[in-house]
Design a binder for this molecule. Structure first.
Ligand SMILES: CC(=O)[C@@H](O)[C@H](O)COP(=O)(O)O
Ligand SMILES: NCC(=O)COP(=O)(O)O
Length: 239
């Protein structure tokens, strides 16, 4: 079974649009847990345009399920935030300041020295480390050489090609996932997963440990309600 971690960035985006505290990020996170989510993901960015650094401290106090913090560890502030909060998992994402959202995985070969050092720091603090990579076997092997515990496959290309040709879309993901399994890495996936494409990736890669989903899930909640929506996503993860 693949576990579902709900990314609550979009809740923070909505809150920040009016400067107040509606919706309350902590309440929504706790409700996601109550409605069945097996984890909560946040991706604080340096400009704090959605999740703020203070949200991370507040969430750490109350969450009962897996807490996953995503971000770029080349930002010193991010490393300090993660080490101060000791989440269950940190996901290292190479996003640039200008990017609207994450748009590629790490080059784990070119950044091997930096990643190895950073992963060592997180693991010394007993935090599981997942490295965000494209569905490229070399990048998966590279993540292993850096000392990662897991990789998260960047699924935007899968989602983009899904309706055109889902067999073609999934193929590189199966190949990368097989390498992850061979070298002993745990496996996560995320970005643009939705009710359309989730079941197929879970069925095609039954050893997929976890998916983190935000944008589509929160958009679906506008129509179906948050509790129903989480249940609908959970059903897609069961084989
Ligand atoms: C790491 C990743 O894949 C992203 O999907 C990210 O966590 C979502 O961030 P935004 O909500 O800012 O688009
Ligand atoms: N790691 C991916 C994530 O947390 C959510 O991505 P998205 O569903 O908002 O595209």
């Amino acid at each position: 079974m693949t576990r579902l971690s709900v990314n609550i960035n979009k809740i923070a985006t909505l809150r920040n649009s009016r400067g107040g505290d509606n919706p309350n990020v902590i309440k929504v996170a706790l409700d996601c847990e109550r409605f069945g989510a097996q984890g909560i993901t946040v991706h604080p960015r340096p400009d704090e345009r959605h999740i703020r650094y203070q949200d991370v401290y507040d969430l750490k106090e109350v969450l009962r399920t897996e807490f996953n913090i995503e971000g770029n560890p080349l930002e010193k502030k991010f490393v300090e935030l993660v080490l101060a909060n000791k989440p269950d998992q940190v996901t290292l994402v190479p996003d640039t300041l200008q990017a609207i959202t994450s748009n590629s995985g790490w080059d784990t070969i070119r950044h091997r020295a930096q990643l190895t050092d950073l992963i060592g720091q997180f693991k010394a603090a007993k935090i599981r480390v997942s490295v965000f990579v494209d569905a490229d076997p070399h990048m998966v092997e590279g993540a292993k050489l850096c000392g990662a515990d897991r990789v998260e496959l960047y699924t935007e290309p899968y989602a983009a090609d899904y309706f055109e040709n889902r067999q073609r879309a999934i193929l590189p993901f199966i190949q990368a996932a097989e390498i992850a399994r061979e070298v002993g890495l745990g496996l996560n996936a995320g970005h643009d997963l939705s009710l359309d494409n989730l079941k197929f990736i879970c069925q095609s890669i039954p050893w997929l440990d976890e998916v983190s989903i935000g944008h589509a899930l929160i958009a679906d909640a506008l129509y179906f309600g948050l509790e129903n929506t989480i249940q609908m996503y959970l059903r897609e993860t069961v084989l």
